[in-house]
Design a protein around this ligand. Structure first.
Ligand SMILES: Cc1cc2nc3c(=O)[nH]c(=O)nc-3n(C[C@H](O)[C@H](O)[C@H](O)COP(=O)(O)OP(=O)(O)OC[C@H]3O[C@@H](n4cnc5c(N)ncnc54)[C@H](O)[C@@H]3O)c2cc1C
Length: 763
């Protein structure tokens, strides 16, 4: 029997698989080392389940939630709150154009720069979730401060040393970084190499030299970097460059590849440039240069043996870092916008009605509330993965892209709802800075267009697909016989999987998903069913696109982006479902969940329709359309009722509103946000009184008291609320001379003409 099986297997391999293997090997696209290293970086997690076409929901719901330890909580409610109180964003942005000296000192002394550095090296040893919560809270107070704190805890010397540094390097540098004695930055981007960072021309030549009195083997470095955050104030630069060994001092190879090293910025030849001003944000950012800077080989992170491994190290670090910093900042931005915009829409009246009650305002307001729910759900789920020690590369790409992209939508909506109030800048404008910062998040850590079109599905298809990476590895195996053997196994499993997926997708689509697998999740069960259906459709279409396009899919960026969008929606919507479950199925929040699902399903259906309309193989497209979308995209998005309910979540003080916008910074000063929160509570507290006045068609509370419609005490409450609202709707104005040096004060002008007259008389 077993010999039958093995001979059948040998027959299949030698007569059926072999020609396919030879054909596929011939068309397998060539991959550069940097591409391969980027693809192989990090881990897969829930994304792999979504790619199977049949996600195991019990796995998702079983992931432990990310929580804070008591120590982390104490930090969040201690030093972080204290820091927030010290931050005056207007003063920082417009007067000082930097953080005040005492804020820099506080940040260093309280070890904000060492949040991710383990305690044994003097850091705080916080979890990724704690790191995220800290960044989130500071972001809701000052973006300049948040970015300053974020960067040393993100991709840079600290993280690279912890992962790849030698013991000596860790002992030497980590305590200094943790205590803020060194300010780190990371230099990858150069003028000629932005998105295609691996094309940099910055170089390091292996040579002998003298370093601090010792003759050592080292590198002579020349570079020009720009846009480097914290660069202008950094004392320790993590530098990426290409290493060459023309004299074969370390081995046979001349072109050693991208390498990362630590450069103390006081070394001769290092030049720290002036400051850039990114979208009028004043976190430290600028260019730097190195001219024949000499460092010993042991300044390479990880030592000489890591020569040429820089790209892999960077990509591995990015797989985690991208999932924390910008998603936390964006989730904070969205929550901040939801809280303030809901409050403003409630207290601002036009046509004698709070603007939040107009349907036209409800629509963007619901988008703000729903997106806020979604983003924070995804941030928490991603932190849960990171807390488990997983570095989900595809998911962190999804998070970076969608968190920043959706923050942009939310902030635009928030600006529109505020009208002139948010357009006029000044200390009372709490949205302007956030609005201006949006392009920064969109551009850094992999610009969004590139990430959407090239990375999410490009990396996802290879990493998260159940068989593709095995097949590609088998095709690329130098040992042809071993490769054929491995390919045969993976390929036939793949075929079996594709057939199962096809029937699954067909069945689930034609039945409207009503029989698709779902856990018992109460009112949310139906959403799981739809996601199971879309996951099967996605797995089928992705397989067919890969089969018909092969390596050419890489150049079909618009198709790849649409697949990436579907994968992203599946991840974000899973996160929203997990949040609803983890928070104990709060029915009061259900409108937000419904909004997320309806919007996400619409996006998914539209992307499928676009894929099917554009897949070059029209026969395959026709069959797929028949199987999964015979009547085209049919989800129209959230109903008006859902939109209305979702908008209500932020228009009244409630537990639901607090759950949607938790742990933002609340400083009780006389600035815009504090004024707004006060007015909101006062206005919503007099709802009944205002109703009675409206019913009696009386607008002035004094008249209402006179006519006995309201009591005097109620009149006082109304007066207090009106006064608070008036303070919120105030906007700033400036004396002309405060805005521009070309203006002179009237007194100065008078003096000027007087002096002019005197001069004339004298002459
Ligand atoms: C405020 C700020 C802070 C920064 N901090 C740092 C730092 O600390 N360290 C550091 O090393 N770098 C830093 N950067 C650099 C940042 O990572 C780069 O700006 C980014 O990689 C994009 O490069 P670029 O600006 O040159 O744009 P380009 O590479 O010129 O890209 C322009 C546009 O083309 C798109 N694009 C490029 N290739 C493709 C493609 N194949 N398909 C589709 N679209 C594509 C991009 O998405 C982008 O929209 C920072 C940048 C800014 C603005």
């Amino acid at each position: 029997m077993s010999s039958h099986v093995s001979s059948a297997y040998a027959f299949r391999r030698d007569f059926i698989t072999k020609p396919i293997f030879a054909l596929a090997r011939g068309v397998l696209p060539q991959m550069s080392d940097t591409e391969r290293e980027a693809l192989e970086a990090g881990d897969v997690w829930w994304d792999a389940d979504l790619f199977t076409g049949n996600p195991d929901w019990s796995k998702l719901l079983g992931y432990p939630q990310a929580v804070l330890t008591p120590e982390e909580q104490a930090f969040l409610h201690g030093p972080v709150d204290e820091l927030c109180k010290m931050l005056d964003d207007w003063k920082i942005n417009w007067e000082l154009r930097d953080l005040p000296a005492e804020v820099w000192d506080f940040i260093k002394n309280q070890k904000f720069f060492g949040m991710i550095i383990p305690k044994e090296f003097g850091g705080l040893g916080f979890s990724p979730y704690a790191h995220s919560e800290v960044v989130r809270k500071i972001s809701s107070r000052s973006l300049a401060a948040a970015v300053t704190v974020m960067v040393p805890n993100s991709l840079g010397p600290g993280e690279l040393l912890m992962r790849f540094g030698t013991e000596d390097q860790q002992r030497r540098w980590l305590p200094r970084l943790a205590e803020g004695r060194e300010i780190p930055c990371f230099g990858l981007t150069s003028p000629e190499a932005g998105s295609d960072a691996a094309s940099m021309i910055d170089s390091g030549i292996v040579c002998k030299g003298n370093f601090e009195g010792r003759d050592v083997l080292g590198l002579r470095l020349n570079w020009h970097k720009r846009y480097i955050t914290l660069g202008p104030v950094s004392t320790l630069l993590g530098l990426a460059f290409k290493a060459y060994d023309p004299d074969h001092l370390v081995g046979e190879k001349e072109d050693l590849g991208i390498t990362v090293a630590l450069i103390p910025t006081h070394l001769p030849g290092v030049e720290i440039g002036h400051r850039h001003l990114p979208s009028m944000q004043v976190f430290q950012n600028g260019p730097n240069w190195g001219r024949d800077v000499f460092i010993p080989l042991d300044y390479i992170i990880g030592g000489q043996e890591r020569l040429g491994q820089g790209w892999k190290m960077l990509m591995t670090a990015l797989a985690a870092g991208r999932g924390i910093s910008l998603p936390s900042l964006s989730a904070a931005g969205a929550a901040f916008a939801a809280r303030t915009t809901g409050a403003y829409a409630r207290i601002r009246e036009q046509f004698n009605v709070p603007i939040g009650k107009f349907e036209g305002i409800e629509e963007p307001l619901a988008r703000i509330a729903g997106t806020t729910y979604l983003l924070d759900a995804a941030r928490r789920l991603t932190c849960a993965a990171l807390n488990q020690g997983c570095h989900p590369a595809v998911i962190s790409g999804i998070m970076k892209l969608h968190a920043t992209e959706r923050m942009r939508i939310v902030i635009d909506d928030a600006m529109d709802i505020h009208g002139g109030k948010a357009v006029i800048d000044g200390p009372q404008n709490y949205l302007g800075s956030l609005y201006r910062s949006v392009p920064v998040g969109i551009t850094v850590e992999g610009a969004n267009i590139l990430t959407r079109n090239l990375i999410v599905f490009g990396q996802g298809a290879i990493r998260a697909h159940p068989y593709l990476l095995d097949e590609m590895n088998a095709l690329g195996d130098a040992d042809r016989a071993r490769g054929l053997d491995a390919f045969d196994k993976a390929f036939w499993k793949h075929i079996g999987h594709s057939l199962t997926t096809m029937f699954r997708a067909w069945g689930r689509s034609w039945s409207g998903g009503v029989f698709a697998p779902a856990p018992d999740a109460g009112a949310a069960t139906k959403f799981y069913r739809q996601l199971s259906r879309y996951s099967a459709n996605f797995a089928l279409c992705a397989d067919m696109a890969l089969l018909t396009l092969g390596g050419a899919l890489k150049r079909k960026e618009m198709l790849s982006a649409r697949f990436g969008d579907i994968l992203s929606e599946l991840y974000l919507l899973s996160a929203a479902l997990k949040r609803w479950e983890d928070e104990g199925r709060q029915m009061a929040d259900f409108a937000a969940l419904e909004w997320c699902m309806a919007s996400g399903f619409r996006a998914i259906e539209n992307r499928f329709a676009e894929i099917l309309a554009n897949l070059p193989n029209r026969f395959v497209a026709f069959v797929l359309k028949f199987l999964i979308q015979p009547f085209g995209a049919r989800v129209v998005g959230p109903s008006d009722v859902v939109v209305h309910r979702c908008a209500q979540l932020v228009l009244e003080p409630s537990d639901a509103r607090d759950r949607l916008t938790p742990d933002l910074s609340h400083v009780d000063d006389d600035r815009g946000v504090a004024r707004l929160e006060r007015a909101f509570l006062l206005v919503t507290g007099i709802e009944d009184i205002a109703k009675r006045m409206r019913a009696a068609h009386v607008r002035d509370w004094r008249d209402a008291v006179k006519k006995g419609i309201i009591t005097e005490g109620e009149g006082d409450k109304l007066a207090a609320a009106h006064e608070a609202v008036a303070k919120v709707i105030e906007v700033d104005d400036f004396a002309p001379e405060a805005l521009s040096p070309i203006y002179k004060k009237p007194a100065d002008v008078h003096q000027f003409f007087q002096e002019l007259g005197e001069t004339r008389v004298a002459s």
